[in-house]
Design a protein around this ligand. Structure first.
Ligand code: COA
Length: 253
């Protein structure tokens, strides 16, 4: 089991903390497995009233580990679906508990797309949201091609998902996927306050209401599958391999 993800229980909240700061919390397959497991095992546990995902101080996550992408190469449709990344996205799609995210620093790729499966997002003034799929020769994942335009409108989603434009915390607040912007180093404290607020609400009513608000899981997983199929193919494309290599080799020159 990886020690790059720490799972704890605090009050009624299950806290999933990314702890790979030396790699800017880049996500490995083992980390996805640990996060999926933390989400899945919370579902039938009545003592867990909400979930929290945090990157700690200074960074949320730099997205998927690009060295692992390079090693993996092209994935068949089945392999892409069976990947730990896709399983993690499935866990988010099927999750029934409110999720709070605490973003302090960069949230790249899946670091941004996973936020659209969350219910309350806190960002510090240093947060920066980025989905550089095109620059990497890839395509959007995590049902972001569905959820991002639905949240912020097509034009803003296009600028991020296709043009690779970044968003600051304030811009993300205006775009509607960040609830509150706080000082650097304060996202977790604020997230715990939100967790306590959620834990005080009647759990059943919260679960039913959340389900009414969210896109149905089968719709999400259908889109996750569609995207994963193309994403897997693209991982072996010349464009993607060149971009992964350029990243991995960039300090050698
Ligand atoms: N995959 C693998 N390793 C990563 C990584 C990633 N996604 N992001 C950062 N790292 C590693 C770096 O290789 C470096 O490792 P090293 O010290 O062993 O060389 C370490 O984390 C620190 O990163 P560095 O680039 O030196 O820090 P920085 O502050 O200059 O830049 C980022 C930070 C996150 C902006 C930059 O690393 C980056 O752009 N990463 C790639 C993001 C990305 O494209 N993710 C995929 C989205 S689909």
């Amino acid at each position: 089991m990886t020690d790059h993800v720490i799972v704890t229980e605090e009050g009624g909240a299950r806290v999933i903390k990314l702890r790979r700061p030396e790699k800017k919390n880049a996500l490995t397959q083992a980390m996805y497995r640990r996060m999926s497991d933390a989400i899945d095992t919370a579902q039938n546990n009545p003592d867990i009233r909400c979930l929290m995902i945090t990157g700690g101080s200074g960074v949320f996550t730099s997205g998927n580990d690009l060295e692992e992408f390079l090693q993996a190469g092209a994935l068949s449709s089945e392999a892409a679906r069976a990947s730990d990344m896709t399983k993690f996205l499935y866990s988010l799609a099927h999750n029934t508990k409110p999720i709070i995210a605490a973003v302090d620093g960069v949230a790249i790729g899946i670091g941004t797309t996973m936020l659209f499966h969350c219910d309350y997002v806190l960002a510090s003034t240093t947060a920066l949201f980025s989905t550089p799929f095109m620059q990497l020769g890839l395509v959007p994942e995590g049902a972001s091609s569905l959820l991002m335009p639905a949240t912020m409108g097509h034009q803003r989603a296009f600028a991020m998902l296709v043009m690779g434009r970044t968003m600051t915390a304030d811009e993300a607040h205006v775009a509607g996927f960040v609830n509150a912007v706080v000082s650097p180093g304060h996202t977790e404290v604020e997230a715990h306050k939100v967790a306590r607020e959620l834990c005080r609400l009647p759990a059943e009513a919260v679960a039913i209401s959340r389900k009414l608000l969210r896109t149905p899981p089968d719709e999400l997983t259908r889109r996750i599958d569609q995207e994963a199929h193309i994403f897997g193919e693209r991982m072996g494309s010349k464009e993607a391999i060149a971009a992964f290599k350029a990243f991995v080799d960039r300090k050698k020159h």
